[in-house]
Design a protein around this ligand. Structure first.
Ligand SMILES: Cc1cc2nc3c(=O)[nH]c(=O)nc-3n(C[C@H](O)[C@H](O)[C@H](O)COP(=O)(O)OP(=O)(O)OC[C@H]3O[C@@H](n4cnc5c(N)ncnc54)[C@H](O)[C@@H]3O)c2cc1C
Length: 419
C-alpha cells in the first residue's frame, strides 16, 4: 500500500494551501479531489473581490486560486482528481484512506490527514417551505454554477430568499444576465451577508432588500409560478395577514452554508455545535490524533484569504506531526461571542503566533475583546463596531502568558469604557 505523511482531502483554496505548505516541509503529500479540476468552489466565483489581503489586488475567484494551482503544480505535488474519499480507518500509527475513481476502489496509508472538504448549502427542505415542488428552485450555489460555468439562463424573474453572500452576489449576477430580481427577502432583521456585498450587489443595482420577511409557500406545477412571502415577528414567526403573492419563475435560496464533515464525523472527530466544524487547537489539529481541519470545513469563512491561511497552518503542522502527547487547555468564551477558533491550546506546541478567528453574536459598537487568564485581564483589543456577518481575525502570542494545564483561558466582549 502506498504511504504518505500527509493526505489532503479537497482541492479548493484550503486544500491547495495545505498541500503546498506540507510539501514545503519536505513531506510526501497526496491531494484527493472529487471534481475534475482543482480550485473548489472558486472555479464558479467569477466576480472580483478575492485576495485583497493576500495579494493586495482585486482578483476573481479563478484568478485567486490560479496562484495556488500554479505553485502546487510547480512543486510537483501528487494529486488524484475525479476521486472521492469514501472512508477513513484509524490504525495504530496513522490512517487508511479508501477512495473510489475510474480505476475502482483503492486504499493508501497516511500518517496525517488534512480535511479541506469545504461547505455545502442549506436546501429548501432545511428551511421548511410549504407548497408544490416545481422546477425553478435553486440554491444560490447551483444558480451560480448553472450561470457561470454552464452559461445557462435560469430565470427571467426571480425572488431570492436569504441575504447570505452567495445570494447577494447572485442577485447582481442574474441582474447582469438580464433577469429581474424582485427582491432579496431575509427572515432576520439585519442582513446576513457582508456589508460590502449589500452595497455593491443590491444598492448599486437598485435591488430591494426586505428584512423580517420570509417565503412561506411555493406555487406552480411543472415550473415555479410564484411564491408567497410574509412578514415575521421578533421570534421569526409569520404575522398572519401580511402574506402577499409574488409572480416569478425562480426562487433562489441563500439560507446558509454548513461545513462538510461527514468523513470527520464518521471517525468521531469532535464537532463544535457553534461552528459545525471540528474543534481544533492552534495548529489546526482536531480531537483525533493526526487529523487536521481547515477552510470552510472548519468554519464558514467570509474571506478566502483566511481560508488559505488556515490551510497553510494545518498543512505545515500535519507535515511535522509525530503523534506526541498533548497538554491541552480549553479556550472558553462568553455568550456574546458566537464562536471562537481555536477551541484549545496544546501547551507542548508553539503558540507564539496563534491565529484567532471569531464572530460576535450580535451587532456591537465600541466594544472590547478581552482575554482573561485565571480571572486576570491580560490583553484586550478595541473595536469600533463588529457584527456577526464579518468574521474577525487576530494573532496572539500565548507563549508570553504564563499558562499551565490548569489555566482558565477566557475571551469575552465588554463595552468599551468610552462607549
Ligand atoms: C456555493 C458557494 C459559493 C461561494 N461563493 C463565494 C463567493 O462568491 N465569494 C467568496 O468570497 N466566497 C464564496 N464562497 C465561500 C468559499 O467557499 C470560500 O471562500 C472558499 O472557496 C472555501 O474554500 P475551501 O477550500 O474550504 O472549500 P471549497 O472551495 O468548497 O473546496 C472544497 C473541495 O473539497 C472537495 N471535496 C469535498 N469532499 C470531498 C471528498 N469526500 N473527496 C474528495 N474531494 C472532496 C470538493 O469537491 C471541493 O473542491 C462560496 C461558497 C459556496 C458553498
Amino acid at each position: 500500500m502506498d504511504s504518505y505523511q500527509v493526505i489532503v482531502i479537497g482541492g479548493g483554496p484550503a486544500g491547495l494551501a495545505a498541500a503546498i505548505a506540507a510539501k514545503k516541509e519536505a513531506a510526501r503529500v497526496l491531494l484527493i479531489e472529487r471534481e475534475g479540476r482543482l480550485g473548489g468552489i472558486l472555479k464558479q466565483c467569477i466576480h472580483d473581490g478575492f485576495g485583497l489581503i493576500r495579494f493586495k489586488e482585486k482578483l476573481s475567484g479563478p484568478e485567486y486560486v490560479e496562484h495556488f494551482i500554479d505553485e502546487f503544480e510547480n512543486l510537483g505535488i501528487e494529486k488524484l482528481l475525479l476521486t472521492f474519499v469514501t472512508k477513513i480507518t484509524k490504525m495504530e500509527d496513522g490512517y487508511v484512506v479508501k477512495f473510489v475513481n475510474k480505476r475502482g476502489l483503492s486504499e493508501v496509508f497516511t500518517k496525517t490527514i488534512v480535511l479541506a472538504c469545504g461547505c455545502r448549502e442549506r436546501t429548501s427542505k432545511q428551511v421548511m417551505i410549504h407548497g408544490t415542488r416545481p422546477a425553478g428552485i435553486f440554491s444560490a450555489g447551483t444558480a451560480q454554477y448553472l450561470t457561470n460555468i454552464l452559461g445557462q439562463k435560469i430565470t427571467k424573474k426571480c425572488v431570492i430568499l436569504g441575504s447570505g453572500d452567495v445570494g447577494l452576489i447572485m442577485a447582481r449576477r442574474l441582474t447582469l444576465e438580464g433577469a429581474k430580481v424582485i427582491g432579496v427577502y431575509e427572515i432576520k432583521d439585519s442582513p446576513t451577508g457582508l456589508t460590502r456585498n449589500v452595497q455593491q450587489c443590491l444598492e448599486d443595482y437598485n435591488i430591494p432588500l426586505y428584512l423580517s420577511r420570509t417565503v412561506v409557500r411555493i406555487f406552480g406545477e411543472e415550473r415555479l409560478s410564484g411564491v408567497e412571502v410574509a412578514k415575521v415577528d421578533k421570534e421569526m414567526k409569520v404575522i398572519p395577514g401580511t402574506e402577499i403573492v409574488i409572480e416569478c419563475d425562480a426562487l433562489i435560496l441563500s439560507v446558509g452554508l454548513i461545513p462538510e464533515n461527514e468523513l470527520a464525523e464518521a471517525i468521531n472527530v469532535e464537532i463544535d455545535n457553534n461552528t459545525k466544524g471540528p474543534k481544533v487547537n492552534a495548529q489546526g489539529l482536531t480531537s483525533m490524533k493526526g487529523i487536521y481541519s481547515c477552510g470552510n470545513a472548519l468554519h464558514v469563512n467570509d474571506l478566502v484569504d483566511y481560508v488559505s491561511e488556515s490551510g497553510e497552518i494545518a498543512g505545515k503542522n500535519a507535515a511535522g506531526y509525530n503523534y506526541a502527547d498533548e497538554e491541552n487547555v480549553p479556550i472558553h468564551y462568553s455568550n456574546n461571542i458566537a464562536y471562537l477558533i481555536p477551541q484549545r491550546l496544546d501547551l507542548k506546541s508553539d503558540n507564539s503566533k496563534t491565529t484567532i478567528y471569531f464572530r460576535s453574536g450580535k451587532d456591537e459598537k465600541q466594544i472590547e475583546l478581552v482575554l482573561e487568564i485565571d480571572g486576570l485581564r491580560v490583553w484586550h483589543k478595541h473595536y469600533l463596531k463588529i457584527n456577526p456577518p464579518e468574521m474577525e481575525r487576530l494573532s496572539l502570542d500565548f507563549n508570553s502568558f504564563k499558562l499551565n494545564k490548569n489555566s482558565r483561558i477566557e475571551f469575552s466582549l465588554e463595552t468599551h469604557k468610552n462607549g
